[in-house]
Structures are given as structure tokens and as C-alpha cells.
Design a protein around this ligand. Sequence first.
Ligand code: NI
Length: 183
Amino acid sequence: MNLPELTILDEKDKRLRLISKEVTFPLEEEDKKRIQDMLDYLKISQIEELREKYDLRAGMGLAYIQLGIAKRIFVIVDEVEEGKFQNYIVINPKIISNSEELIYVGEGEGCLSINRETEGIVPRYARVTVEAQDIDGNTYTIRVREDLSVAFQHEIDHLNGILFTDKIDPKDPYKNQENMREI
Ligand code: NI
């Protein structure tokens, strides 16, 4: 698998602050290719040997706006077991329900657009149910939990111009930690 040529915007780029627009179907061929490129890129970034070869950072999710395109599309690649990957293509997502329980990633969240060390934790719902459309425009509902739930919420934030660092209070980066479960 060759590394797709994707230019991922850095956090300083104001386009990351745009609210992405709803997508209409059918998708253009160009979009289908771009979605596949994004999936390939993330998979490559999660395979250590290839990650080192191409000098990448590991990423689990990528939103269209990180490529400068304000459409409500993101993809996630989840390594379910060693070398086995589950792909998610998520278009026009809406969170239709969420758990009361909150979780946070203990080592901190990461983002392919944020190229620096960050301190602090981001509160996320432990479980969310999301309604979205697939690459053909079919509506589906998915319930996600734990790290996948965090990834979905992180990517949905991108579609609304929000970065995970916005959710960390610089004066109190571990605020409310006692009321959340670490994952
Ligand atoms: Ni991100």
C-alpha cells in the first residue's frame, strides 16, 4: 500500500474553524477516492513499520476539514486486533443519544492537526449512539463505546470547527477528573 498524498492542516489554519456543510448524494467519484485515501492513510499510520518508513504520527480518525474541505465527512480506522482493522465512513452524523457516564483518555487525546505536546484531559461520553449516512447515502445507526466513542465525538467536533484543545481549561487542565473514568 502506497502512502496517499494528503496534506493535513495544522491547528493554526483557520479553515479548521469552519462549520462543515451537510453532504448530498450521490458522492462524486473524487470524494469516494478521497475517502479511500483517508482510510489508507490512517491504516498505514497505525502499522509501526510503515509509520516509521513514512515518518508519520499514528492517527485513528480524520475529518474532511483537516484536508481543508468543509463537508460533514469523517473516517475512523480502529485496530480491533493485531493487524486487523475496522473502517468507519461517517457522513452527516448526529449524536442521537449519549451515556451519562463521562470518560477521558488518560494519556491525553491526539489529533493529526495538533503537532505539539498538550496537557490536560477532555471529557467525553462513555457511549454514544450516532445516526449517519454511508458512502452510498444509506442511513445507519451505530452505538460506540470507549475509545471508539471518544474518536466519534472528537471527529464530530471537527465538523463543528472544534479542536480537542478547546475543551481543556488551561488554568485547570484536569478539571472534573474525579467525576470521569479514565480509559
Ligand atoms: Ni483531530
